[in-house]
Design a protein. Structure first.
Length: 56
């Protein structure tokens, strides 16, 4: 997941649907926890301190 996102200028847009009462569905929460786990392992400088590369 992260390698492709980083290769495309490092932007990831998350759209998390909320229930009518403002809570998050259990499946959506599980996905967010998986992303958080991935970020905890891959939080090196290549993720946080990267900059846009050359297009050519």
């Amino acid at each position: 997941m992260g390698e492709g996102i980083q290769a495309i200028y490092g932007n990831l847009l998350l759209s998390v649907p909320l229930r009518g009462n403002g809570s998050i569905d259990e499946k959506e929460e599980a996905i967010l926890k998986d992303i958080a786990s991935w970020m905890a392992v891959n939080r090196g400088g290549s993720i946080w301190n990267s900059s846009m590369g050359s297009l050519w």
